[in-house]
Design a protein around this ligand. Sequence first.
Ligand SMILES: Cc1ncc(COP(=O)(O)O)c(C=O)c1O
Length: 443
Amino acid sequence: MHDAHLTNGVIPAAGTHGGDGAAVAAALGMAPDEMLDLSASMNPVAPDPVPILARHLRAGVSRYPNPARAEAALAEVMGVDRERLLLTNGGAEAIALVAAEIGGHVVEPEFALHPRGGGPLWRSNPHSPSGLLAGGADLGDERVAVWDEAFYQLATGEWTRGDRDAVVVGSLTKLLAVPGLRVGYVLADPGLIAACRRRQPGWSVNGLVSAALPDLLSTVDLAASARGVRELRAQLTDVLARYGIAARASDANWVLVDSPGLRERLAPHGVLVRDCASFGMTGVARIAVPTADGLARLDAALVAAEVAADVTGQMAGPVDRAAAGADRDAHAALLQDSRGPTPGQRKGRAPTMPTRSASMTAAEVAGPVDRAAAGTDRDAHAALLQGSHGPTPGDPTPRERPGRAPATPTRSTTTGGHRPRPRCAAEPDHRETSSPPTESEAP
Ligand SMILES: Cc1ncc(COP(=O)(O)O)c(C=O)c1O
């Protein structure tokens, strides 16, 4: 259930962080799982953590937390001395503790939570937002004193770059794909670790993390995760290219694209990407490397967004209205066709993070309809769209692109139950202008 006042059809403006998929879904009247949140970048091949967490739930919530065992387990898998490691409530707490101890500054653009005052230089590696691993030349003359390695394992297959003379703030959020769990760490000399430990509020690392982390860590395969990210990132780049969207080079589990308005175009079709305006990068979107299933959903959303753009101003059929975000039920049906079962029908984990073998390709993991939606079977894809749209002779055809099956919107005789396309908070409401509303915008 959503708060009624949130369900207003207006896409909330992007904030300083990603991960606002549930809020945008609520505003658009969708269930949270209907929105694939690619505005936060998680490990797309992470094993499902829920069975392990479920096993530890009772012990995790019925006692006050003692993270000692979990901290020791992390030190062991990372191969670092225990006195050099502090387990924290997410990478965010690691950043806050170190920033409070030693301060810091950044070279913009840089991750929003890093300190911006006096003190040593902080740098995310791979760099947020560019997604590039730190080389030599790009670092300039100033020595980096604090490395934020929140995404390092996924970019390299290694736990840490291992700069002994620097502080490392890290996160297990991305690697384990558990943004709600809150688990991160500081890796530093024992003196700074002791100071951060004194500063850390009691019971900051919660009971579930304390109980379940050793088992969660036993599922980690860094090399397989990094390989899975690399393969899926290449597939993501290919899918985007089919829509004329060029991904910038990236070492991370996301890519940047220059595509103004992409967030607003895709959100009504159930995919949220990150707008990089908060980094001062206008017109740039950041897209998390999705699971194979997510890639199919993104592909379907790109088709739907293109169809919606092509039919704007024309009389649209039920599916076109759905694709334009005007008819939630039909939209859900269309998406379900292309995604397979809804989360409620699926066993196990929510669709944004299904478990996939790192060696499987999108085509291998997808069924015929998913493969079609993933663009691996052009004929089936065209048939899927045509089947949904119901072809009508003489229909307008959206612009075609070589190598991609054209989606064929249908002129419908249905005119009732038509709500306006959702709009972005930052987008002017054309209904308030003097020009007459188009049919698709008419209330
Ligand atoms: C570069 C970087 N560092 C740290 C964090 C914080 O991670 P956590 O979710 O574990 O607090 C993030 C989260 O997005 C991040 O992007």
